[in-house]
Design a protein around this ligand. Sequence first.
Ligand code: SF4
Length: 363
Amino acid sequence: MGTGHSHSHHAPRDFSKNPMNIYWEMTQSCSLACRHCRAEAISAPHPMELNHEESVAFLRQIPQFDRPLPQLILTGGDPLARADLYPLIDEARRLGISCSITPAATPALTREVLVKLREHGVDGLGLSLDGSTAERHDSIRGVPGTFDLTMKALGWAQELGMPVQVNTLAAAETAGDAPGIFELLKPFGIARWSLFFLISVGRGKVLQPLTPEQAEQLMNWIHDTSKVAEFTVSTTEAPSFRRVALERMRADGMTGEQIQRSGATRSYGIRDGHGIVFVSNTGDICPAGFLPLPVGNIRKDSLVEMYRDSPLFRQLHDPAQFEDRCGVCDYRTLCGGSRARAFAATGDPLASDPLCLYDPSAH
Ligand code: SF4
């Protein structure tokens, strides 16, 4: 999950040509086994994991996108489990690519590692926090001790001045704890807090997604909280939050210009496969980590061509091709729904996002 902050000053870009964020699942290897892991990570690397040379060749494709180059988010599994992590970061930095990393909360995540990541030019850190107490967090993740490690890492990052994005699962089991997590985060000077609205895939199946009504309520709370928070508060896989925020800002009497100046609209338009692309540990090019539909493989295909011209990405770039509510919605360009959730629910990535309550025909 990217911190996104490093691009806030850039002019708007054409997401049908260039992504904002490239998520690279460097490895599926991870010594944790969190209950809701998208990657269903296991302790060993996949036998077909991109090797060092293939990984370097992948990184060298990224500058073929237009400037400003997309940000690279190193994920896993646990990216700290890649033996060649630092040489790969060095190569990305040499190519002029900004890098963030989302390490797993294992004993391998130490203050020394954060110092080293910063020395190698990593711009941001993503950490997962799913509960306001050790009991809540560890029971959601299913791995004892990860809460304490995460809190330590938050403190170290603050000391070192590393921008942090905290990612929190929003599911039936966690939504009520959001105010507690917000209180907990307040002193840490983080850059961004993103609530990831659970999609029932992978190990996520053991947790319950929010109903559309619960999601709407939480999105309203996120909007209220974003107004008082000293950091950005946003959502992952819930772009209809943008619709909720716009409705609320308009209800408050804000003009279009005021809304723009508030910065709230900065990420608008980005969704799975449009502003976002995901490269799996075996090199598969997918629209997002939660939308596992490979359009090609980095070993033989051009990332830029697949992103711009593969049939699936072309459809995802064009909200007029979305079906049902999302296809006719007046928010389809700014929001467009979670394509990953549409796919998880129906098998069709162009279907409507079932999390959204909005009925375009009533407006
Ligand atoms: S109907 Fe689809 S495009 Fe419209 S606000 Fe809801 S999720 Fe977004």
